[in-house]
Design a protein around this ligand. Structure first.
Ligand code: PAF
Length: 280
C-alpha cells in the first residue's frame, strides 16, 4: 500500500499504473470503522485498484468545535487499510487541497440541499460537493463509493457529477450495522454507556415505522416516532422525515407507485446520530 500526501506524487504513481486497470475511490474523513472497511472491500471486488482518501474537510463543518474535535486515528486507519489490501491512500493537508483558498463552491442542487441535514447544517453540502469534486478531479477514478447512511449526501454527489459532467460511476453501499442494529459511525465511540445502550432504539423505531407505513397512514407513523423519543431519556429527536427517494420531497401522504425512505436524526446529548431506511 502506498501513502501519498501530495497531488503530484499521487498522480505520478496513478499514471504509472497503466491504462487497462480500473480504479475505485472511497473518500473518507478517517476514524475508520467496519462500515468504511466494508465499502473498501466492495470497491476492491469491483476494481483492480482501490484508493482511499483520508481528509477532514474544513468547508463542510458548520460548527468549528466539531472540526477541532474530529477524531484523528491515522495510524490505526492505515493499518486497517493495509490489512484489507487497499492499494493507495491519499492524506493531503488542507493547503495541498485548497491551495490557500479554503472556501466552498456554490452548487444548485435543486432543493436536495435544503431539507433534513441541509436545514440543520448550513453550507454543509456545498462543502461536501466541493471536496468530493476536487478528489474526483485529482484521482480520476472509474467508480466512487459512498455509504447509504449518508443517503442525502449520496444524492448530492450524484447530482454534482451530473451538473459538472464528471464521468464517474457513483456506487451506493448499504448501511453497515452493529449487531444490535445501530448504524456504524465514527461518532458511536463518543456515546456514554447509557447512551450506547439506548442508541439501537433509533433503528428499532425505523423498523417499526416501516411496518406502520404498510397501512399507508403517514400522520400515524410520524406521531408514533415522536412519542417513542419523548419517552426516551437518553435520546432527543431532531427530525424524522419521510421523503421520496430521488427528489427528497417530503411526503405528507402516500402516493402509489412512489418509493419512499424514512430519515432520522437524533441527539444523545451532544452526539448527533443519523439513520435511514427504505420504506417500500
Ligand atoms: O462522508 C464523509 O465522510 C465525508 O462527507 C466525505 C464524503 C468524505 C467528504 O468529506
Amino acid at each position: 500500500m502506498e501513502v501519498f500526501k501530495t497531488i503530484k506524487s499521487l498522480q505520478q504513481s496513478l499514471s504509472d499504473n497503466g491504462q487497462n486497470s480500473t480504479l475505485g475511490l472511497v473518500p473518507t474523513m478517517g476514524a475508520l470503522h467496519e462500515g468504511h472497511l466494508s465499502i473498501v472491500r466492495r470497491a476492491k471486488e469491483e476494481n483492480n485498484q482501490v484508493i482511499v482518501s483520508i481528509f477532514v474537510n474544513p468547508t463542510q463543518f458548520d460548527k468549528k468545535e466539531d472540526l477541532v474535535n474530529y477524531p484523528n486515528t491515522l495510524e490505526a486507519d492505515l493499518e486497517a487499510l493495509e490489512s484489507i489490501g487497499c492499494d493507495y491512500v491519499f492524506t493531503p493537508s488542507i493547503e495541498e487541497v485548497y491551495q490557500g483558498d479554503t472556501k466552498s463552491e456554490s452548487f444548485d442542487f435543486e432543493g436536495l440541499d435544503k431539507v433534513m441535514e441541509g436545514q440543520f447544517r448550513t453550507g454543509h453540502f456545498d462543502g461536501v460537493a466541493t471536496i468530493v469534486k476536487k478528489l474526483f478531479l485529482i484521482t480520476k477514478p472509474d467508480k466512487a463509493y459512498f455509504g447509504e447512511k449518508d443517503y442525502q449526501q449520496l444524492l448530492i454527489i450524484k447530482k454534482m457529477v451530473g451538473l459538472e459532467s464528471i464521468p464517474i460511476e457513483i456506487v451506493a453501499v448499504g448501511i453497515y450495522r452493529e449487531h444490535d442494529g445501530l448504524a456504524m459511525s465514527s461518532r458511536n465511540t463518543r456515546l456514554s454507556q447509557a447512551q450506547r445502550l439506548a442508541a439501537p432504539e433509533i433503528y428499532q423505531t425505523l423498523l417499526k415505522s416501516k411496518k406502520l407505513f404498510e397501512n399507508g397512514d403517514l400522520t400515524k407513523v410520524k406521531s408514533f416516532v415522536k412519542n417513542e423519543f419523548i419517552q426516551n431519556k437518553e435520546l432527543d429527536l431532531e427530525y424524522f422525515e419521510v421523503a421520496e427517494i430521488e427528489s427528497l420531497k417530503s411526503a405528507n401522504e402516500f402516493t402509489p407507485n412512489t418509493k419512499y425512505r424514512a430519515f432520522i436524526a437524533v441527539f444523545a446529548d451532544k452526539v448527533r446520530l443519523i439513520d435511514n431506511i427504505a420504506l417500500n
